[in-house]
Design a protein around this ligand. Structure first.
Ligand SMILES: [Zn+2]
Length: 122
């Protein structure tokens, strides 16, 4: 995810440098006015790329944050209304264990063990 924003920063730098050359060239005796337009469009494109890079970076941060949050809260918030799929007994946070990063429920009533399938909230 971070690579995406780095690539867009590098592209933006290249595009902006080339655009400046076009604008400078349009002032030279051999240049033409249309180079100026190309340069301006290039500059706008470069800034759009920087904007996209910033957006990508902040999106990556958000995903990281919600992932950590998910690890912290698996039991306490959602489990108030959770019941055993097998016998219907109410489950509490202590009946959940993390196995290989996945929450696994062990029912205190009937002893059934199964993987908890959570609908993603984001
Ligand atoms: Zn049960």
């Amino acid at each position: 995810m971070k690579t995406g924003s780095i690539i867009s920063y590098i592209l933006a730098a290249i595009v902006i440098i080339i655009s400046f050359l076009f604008i400078l060239g349009s002032f030279s005796p051999n240049g033409s006015a249309s180079w100026m337009i190309v340069g301006i469009i290039g500059l706008l494109f470069g800034f759009a790329l920087i904007f996209a890079g910033v957006r990508l970076a902040s999106r990556a941060k958000e995903t990281e944050a919600s992932y950590t949050l998910d690890i912290d809260l698996p039991g306490n918030v959602q489990l108030g209304a959770m019941k055993c799929l097998s016998c219907g007994a109410p489950l509490s946070a202590k009946d959940i264990t993390m196995v290989d990063g996945a929450p696994v429920v062990t029912c205190p009533n009937c002893g059934t063990t199964y993987q908890l399938t959570e609908e993603p909230k984001w």
